[in-house]
Design a protein around this ligand. Structure first.
Ligand SMILES: NC(=O)c1ccc[n+]([C@@H]2O[C@H](COP(=O)([O-])OP(=O)(O)OC[C@H]3O[C@@H](n4cnc5c(N)ncnc54)[C@H](O)[C@@H]3O)[C@@H](O)[C@H]2O)c1
Ligand SMILES: [Zn+2]
Length: 376
């Protein structure tokens, strides 16, 4: 077994003056102070973690920073999506400001995508922009939300509608933190790993089909390769199209379907984001096939793989979904233009494309068939 602690992988994100590194390895937290120190403008840091993560990793990290001569206050926010509300955001901003921060203070986000998104957004607006560092502790955050600089909170009008593009100074993805993550959360994060293979790297996708179970079981060398490769692919896309005018849209593969499913199930524990993406990617494979691009076996193979790694492949565990309820979400989707529907589809495995002007009736028929298959 490779010792990934001694061999962290460095993934550069090339964005000119805003370039930074993602470090991926086992046990990085133990060495966090030394890794973080060169990136600070002053020794002053504010560490923000959600309650569950703070309990596991907050104090040891803070103690390590203090012992290396840095100042570090720890702010604990509630676990869960409610921390991305306007109210929670205001409370967080005021808690940080009450500490008397200055423009050289660095915020450190320790946790999953919720903490990363909210701390990144806070960093982008506090004192008109201060530095932040991400220490993602969920597989989803390590392979997706901590990479690329999208920060956001939620509005009553929808998720992630208020935010900014704002890059961190450094990302430390410590694979050891995933050990405490519930298996369901791990599998959900793996859904996004598969996505990178499907949209841009057929060879990586084939490797995932062989080793998905090892990745979800956190076999160190497989997890490290999966996280580093995912970060590298997303970094590549972000470097080409930071503000989503073009290829960054590929990252939405499966997501248009997923958002409709999540919206209908309340964005909660009934259906985790990565689980919705798994089902959505299968739907998008069916769509790609029906548009004449890929063979039907791609969807079948994906379905079997999803089931093998503990991800849902259909909506059978979500009773009561109907085409009538799902369709309106597509019209509201920010990716749709002039009423016609746009979907990211696969021209081939490893080759995504944005397909414009899909007739709503076409999608409705596809959903009807897939709901019937799910509910029997
Ligand atoms: N910015 C982006 O580009 C981007 C991309 C994808 C998703 N997101 C956002 O990310 C959020 C979802 O992220 P998430 O899935 O990481 O959710 P999350 O941050 O809510 O974490 C999931 C749960 O796991 C717990 N947890 C986190 N790390 C743990 C650990 N190591 N051990 C045990 N428990 C741990 C958390 O307390 C929480 O209860 C959503 O708000 C979504 O909108 C953002
Ligand atoms: Zn996603």
């Amino acid at each position: 077994m490779t010792n990934t602690m001694n061999n962290p992988v460095r993934v550069p994100v090339a964005l000119g003056g805003r370039s930074y590194d993602i470090m991926v390895g086992h046990g990085l937290l133990a060495n966090a102070a030394a890794l973080i120190a060169p990136h600070l403008r002053s020794p002053r840091t504010v560490l923000i973690a959600d309650a569950a993560v703070a309990k596991l990793y907050g104090e040891p990290l803070r103690a390590s920073l203090l012992s290396h001569g840095m100042a570090c206050e720890l702010i604990i926010v509630p676990s869960g999506e409610a921390t991305k509300s306007f109210n929670a955001f205001e409370t967080l901003l005021n808690t940080i400001l009450a500490l008397g921060i200055d423009r050289k203070t660095t915020l450190i986000a320790l946790g999953g995508g919720v903490v990363g998104d909210v701390v990144g957004f806070a960093a982008s607006v506090l004192l008109r922009g201060i530095d932040f560092i991400q220490i993602p502790t969920t597989l989803l955050a390590q392979v997706d939300s901590s990479v690329g600089g999208k920060t956001a909170i939620n509005s009553v009008h929808g998720k992630n509608l208020v935010g900014s593009f704002y890059q961190p100074r450094l990302v430390l993805a410590d694979l050891a933190t995933l050990d405490s993550l519930p298996p369901r959360e791990r599998a959900a994060g793996y859904g996004e790993v598969l996505k990178y293979g499907l949209i841009m790297n057929a060879e990586f996708y084939q490797w995932c089909l062989r080793h998905g179970a090892d990745i979800v079981a956190l076999q160190p060398e497989y997890t490290q390769r999966a996280v580093a490769a995912s970060c590298s692919m997303k970094a590549d896309i972000v470097a080409r199209d930071e503000q989503e005018n073009d290829v960054r849209a590929w990252l939405n593969f499966g997501h248009t379907f997923a958002h409709a499913l999540e919206a209908e199930t309340g964005f909660g524990s009934a259906l985790l984001h990565g689980e919705a993406v798994a089902i959505g990617m299968r739907m998008a494979c069916r769509l790609s096939h029906q548009l004449g691009y890929i063979g039907a076996q791609v969807e079948e193979q994906l379905k079997q793989h999803l089931q093998a790694v503990g991800l849902p492949a259909d909506v059978s565990m979500l009773p009561g979904l109907t085409v009538e309820r799902l369709m309106p979400h597509f019209a509201r989707d920010k990716k749709s233009e002039n009423g016609a529907l746009n979907f990211v589809v696969l021209q081939a495995v490893g080759q995504a494309v944005v397909q414009k002007n899909i007739a709503p009736e076409f999608i409705a028929q596809l959903l009807q068939t897939m709901l019937e298959e799910s509910y029997g």
